[in-house]
Design a protein around this ligand. Structure first.
Ligand SMILES: Nc1ncnc2c1ncn2[C@@H]1O[C@H](COP(=O)(O)OP(=O)(O)OP(=O)(O)O)[C@@H](O)[C@H]1O
Length: 183
């Protein structure tokens, strides 16, 4: 069985009485690139900050290589964390890399370089968790995907054939609602 390097279980985060993460659970397998996709405000950054011990979850558990984060395990000692915009180095170093919207604001050529570097990390047996609100940025690269919307996991697992349709519907639904609100 392939080992889960990152495992997030029933994560909950409440800000000022508002629940922004509701039972968020997903896992990332060793040697894979996992896409964490969701529209703006879905809860991607909050989840990744919980993982990196930047903020304390209201409930739930995170395991890194089988060990619970927050006890004796300091996640940020083991994981490389990059937030937008991406910073380029010759070599993306660590075994576990977490990237929060790294392609945001990058022009297509730099985006291509970054995505190539991530493929290099995978070839070396490293593990990548990468977030984006743009599915097409990651679609080709990732081995598995989690889709989050309004703090809830909509889908997690291998890439289904209809992932694009699934995600477009989700984003479209919000756009229609916003338009209805304006009229
Ligand atoms: N420090 C905070 N205090 C209160 N609410 C917050 C805080 N940080 C985030 N939120 C709210 O939590 C929700 C999730 O935000 P988050 O930044 O995790 O989403 P995101 O998916 O990363 O979005 P984006 O793609 O815009 O970065 C949003 O409604 C946001 O307004």
């Amino acid at each position: 069985m392939t080992k889960n390097v990152i495992e997030i279980r029933k994560l909950k985060k409440v800000y000022d009485g508002r629940t922004v993460l509701k039972n968020v659970s997903f896992s990332v397998k060793k040697g894979s690139i996992h896409g964490f996709i969701g529209p703006n405000g879905a809860g991607k950054t909050t989840t990744l900050k919980c993982l990196m011990s930047g903020i304390i979850p209201s409930a739930g558990e995170i395991y890194l290589e089988g060990k619970k984060v927050g006890e004796n395990e300091l996640a940020n000692k083991k994981i490389g964390f990059m937030t937008e915009p991406a910073e380029f180095t010759d070599n993306l170093s660590p075994d576990i890399l977490v990237l929060d919207e790294p392609t945001s604001g990058l022009d297509p050529s730099y985006r291509g370089i970054l995505l190539n570097q991530l493929e290099g990390v995978r070839k070396r047996g490293g593990t990548v968790l990468i977030s984006s609100h743009i599915l097409s940025d990651l679609q080709k690269l990732v081995d598995s995907t989690t889709i989050i919307d309004k703090g809830k996991i909509i889908y997690t697992g291998e890439k289904p054939d209809d992932i694009e349709e699934m995600y477009n519907k989700l984003v479209l639904k919000d756009k229609i609602k916003a338009k209805e609100g304006q009229t």
